[in-house]
Design a protein around this ligand. Sequence first.
Ligand code: 6GU
Length: 235
Amino acid sequence: MRLDYLTIFPDYFDALQLSLVGKAIASGLIDVGVHDLRQWTRDPHRTVDDTPFGGGAGMVMKPEPWGEAIDALLAEPDPTSVFVVPSPSGFPLQQGLVQELATYRRLVFACGRYEGIDARVMDYAATKLRVLPLSLGDYVLNGGEVAALAITEAVVRLLPGVIGNPQSLSEESFSDGTSGLLEYPMFTKPASWRGLDVPAVLLSGHHGRVEQWRREQSVALTKARRPDLIAQEQY
Ligand code: 6GU
């Protein structure tokens, strides 16, 4: 998979070299390009923003540098690529959509700052590739960079060969979109630590009782933290 990032803060993406995503780059499973949007400006001040038509607070990212960037990255229309636009106004990102993104050959992340990107940029991009505005949740970040990193990590860990034990993918929260429950609590050694004991059932060796306990814990946690998930299904 190929990943491109359009940003005025390329340094955010130094973090791609770390951990699992960094290993996927080093091993050639993915390759990444980080692009400073200002290289596609033409004025001495390398301006990327301007005041909004219709008035209002804040600044809007002007379309021209984005148009040149899109042309530089995509010579022709490409149905195997997605233009991902992180935005609090985007479609809510869920694991099913992450799985879909993992099937594409290329993702181009358009990281906006200020009050957003001139809307015509998304219309223009849509003449070349699928455009997908995505939100991480109902809160506001200052720009798309941190969200692009989060989306990247969610996608890359699903690519074949990136995670050593694929079973750890199928057992986790939201893994298949069918269990719909949060993960149960996990423990490791020592069995007693600072007066806190691991639940005895986990030391019992009774596989069936362990499974039942974990299921009960998952249901209780989901009821407490994500009642919206319980409402959708019957437990
Ligand atoms: Cl994807 N972008 C920004 N700027 N803010 C957000 C977000 C994304 N998701 C939640 N808040």
